[in-house]
Design a protein around this ligand. Structure first.
Ligand SMILES: *Cc1c(COP(=O)(O)O)cnc(C)c1O
Length: 368
């Protein structure tokens, strides 16, 4: 990143940008154009709403947590008529419910691949199939900010119209970039929509990207970092980025499964009914504050997990599996958790090794 002191209207930058955009396509796993924006993930969410809807459009939001609520708030901010399939935190959607709420005039469906606030995995493929079966004109717009690089998401085969990612998640670089892959159907929709947009004008970005440039001054250092991160992912599979992404996903799914097995063996309950590979959310034992686990892990071991967001604070703690977290990190964290549980949550009656043995078995099974 420090070496990325490149002016953005030079052949040097154009070469970098063109290369990173092409790599991102392989990372997302799509033939569609991918656009990079200088913003956190929410900027790309906003761009999807502002570029693909018009005031008064009927849209359907599938919401089951803080990030689902963000879709509703964004769609309302841009004047959409918002229908919702809303289920309690920790749950996921019944496809029958989604079908019932899908109207003839629904112009877009917004959802998360992975609801990071609860750890739930949502059935993107199921929703995509449902839209196809219903012959719906609705665009399927998916916040894959923690889904990308932790779950299998086949944009082109399933028929996702917009798939969004963020730099600080599975691509392991600092916050500040978002990216989104956009289908042909979505590009066509943009010709007719008229919500206000200026900085996040996707058509303008696409036009500039064809010449290796961004419309405005890009986050050059982050783009260089993204290129390096994607090179690293490709290097995990002899330079094949698609295969490297598959390995990254497999790693996340494996350590998520290890974590679920370990915490369950220790007597904890999982928060999400359909837990995903990005993060595991775990209930604190009844009558205790989940902050104990967060605080003790940090102060005793320098290990960082997070508390619940909003009203889930104090009830759950969340363990991330994104990006470079691997087997060794996971075993170390689970061992530290056992130390905290034995000392600070004696009511669980956990013996040392209980969680670790469960995790070891899952790892052995997954890597047989
Ligand atoms: C992190 C995240 C976001 C984006 O949040 P920003 O703070 O804008 O980067 C959106 N959706 C999900 C599911 C996320 O995990």
């Amino acid at each position: 990143m420090a070496a990325a002191d490149i002016h953005h209207r030079t052949p040097e930058f154009r070469a970098l940008y063109t290369r990173v955009l092409a790599q991102l396509k392989d990372f997302v796993g799509t033939k569609n154009d991918v656009i990079i924006l200088s913003s956190s993930g929410t900027g790309a969410m906003e761009a999807s709403v502002s570029n693909l809807t018009s005031p008064g459009d009927r849209v359907l939001v599938l919401t089951a947590g803080k990030f689902g609520e963000r879709w509703s708030a964004l769609a309302k901010a841009f004047g959409c008529e918002v229908d919702e399939v809303k289920v309690p935190y920790g749950q996921t959607f019944d496809l029958e419910e989604v079908k019932k709420e899908l109207k003839l005039e629904t112009r877009a469906v917004f959802m998360q691949a992975n609801e990071t606030s609860t750890g739930a995995r949502h059935d993107v493929k199921g929703v995509a199939e449902l839209l196809k079966a219903a012959n719906s004109e609705a665009l399927l717009i998916v916040d894959g900010i923690t889904g990308l690089g932790t779950s299998v998401l086949d944009m082109d085969a399933w028929g996702i119209d917009v798939l969004i990612g963020g730099s600080q998640k599975a691509v392991m670089i600092p916050p500040g970039l978002s990216y989104l892959a956009v289908s042909q159907k979505a590009w066509e929709r943009m010709e007719a929509t008229y919500n206000p947009r200026y900085y996040f004008d996707l058509r303008k970005e696409r036009k500039n990207a064809k010449n290796g440039e961004s419309a405005y001054t890009p986050a050059v250092a982050l783009i260089a970092a993204l290129g390096a991160a994607l090179d690293w992912i490709a290097a995990q599979a002899d330079g094949d980025l698609a295969a490297g992404r598959a390995k990254l996903v497999d790693n996340a799914e494996t350590i998520a499964a290890m974590t679920r097995a370990a915490v369950t063996a220790m007597g904890f309950k999982l928060f999400a009914v359909t837990p995903g590979g990005a993060a595991t959310a775990v209930y604190a034992p009844e009558g205790t504050d989940s902050g104990i686990m967060v605080k003790e892990l940090k102060s005793r071991f320098g290990a960082i997990i997070t508390n619940g967001q909003g009203e889930m604070k104090g009830q759950i703690f969340r363990i991330a599996h994104l990006g470079f977290f691997d087997y060794l990190d996971t075993m170390a964290l689970l061992a530290a958790m056992e130390q905290v549980v034995v000392k600070s949550l004696p009511q669980l009656g956990v013996q040392f090794g209980t969680g670790l043995v469960a995790a070891q078995k899952v790892y052995a099974e997954h890597t047989k």
